[in-house]
Design a protein around this ligand. Sequence first.
Ligand SMILES: O=C(O)CCC(=O)C(=O)O
Ligand SMILES: [Fe+2]
Length: 352
Amino acid sequence: MTIHTLPVHLPLVDISRFHAGPAERERFISDLRKILHDHGFFYLTGHGVEPQLIADVIANSKRFFALPLEKKLEIEMVKSPHFRGYNRAGYERTRGQQDWREQLDINTESEPVEIGPDTPAWKRLLGPNQWPAALPELKPLLLAYQAEVTRVGIDVLKAIAVALGQPEDAFAQIYEPQPSQLLKIIRYPGRDVAKTDQGVGAHKDGGFVTVLLQDTVPGLRVQTEDGVWLDAPPVPGTFVINTGELLELATNGFVRADVHDVIAPPAGVERFSVAFFLGSRYDATIPVIDLPEELKRNERGVTVDPLNPIFREVGQNHLKSRLRSHPDVARAHHADLLTPEQLAGEAVATAY
Ligand SMILES: O=C(O)CCC(=O)C(=O)O
Ligand SMILES: [Fe+2]
């Protein structure tokens, strides 16, 4: 596929060119550098993820969401201090407005950490996932997929590092040995259920890069630098990649974290997607990369949003957004971290 056949206004990046001979790699890097400055969103092809794995993930997400509600509620997120599990549609908000999507969140599968008075608060994010007893095949499948999209995300991140004039392992010091690997399977019900057109409200993603798999129904939109909203419909065989706040911070705004949202599907139609957020280690502090002079001239600075303060301490940043997104989990397990206002506030979830 070439860029000219793409039915959308966003660029297409063929990551296999990064692994081609030196001349092709050089051309690829120079194309990518231009794309990265102009867009925080692009389509990715040449990624090497087996089409069968992708098909199985979509098919089994649909089976998960089709389970009776009580089976899904057996693994409701409020049962996990580590913010893992299932959330019902309408239980999350973005900037105060209800989002209409149900989702299952997993992250790196690990043992919980013993929390003492001196343990950094972000260690509460570490722990086991919750898996549906009614669909045992979901666990091995999503863990295999999580490993694959981690590989893809790191490959893209290496290409981005080179495009920024850095060694390809420039970010490895903050993602090795264990990046954050949040994976969400998502279902957006039709507008008859949603009552509004907000699948998920306008937001930026927080990590290095997001690797997004869309099934067949459109709805994703991206806001460009000049404020225009572009549709980013599904293109078979591709992922949508978007660069997150972590890269915006690390490049002083040379790379953009674009605002995006999802419009709820029409009445009677449901939309499925699988979003993977590649982040750094939780104990990392985001560095500012010293870009080459010709790139530095195009740094924009970092956008400051008083409603969404960003910390360079990654674990603190991630915990902040999880506590805000899931106040039911926060109250059930982390009341000691909340302000009196948060404890007294409305028990609704707020995305991002
Ligand atoms: O479902 C989608 O297509 C995008 C979801 C999204 O932007 C997110 O979960 O951060
Ligand atoms: Fe997003």
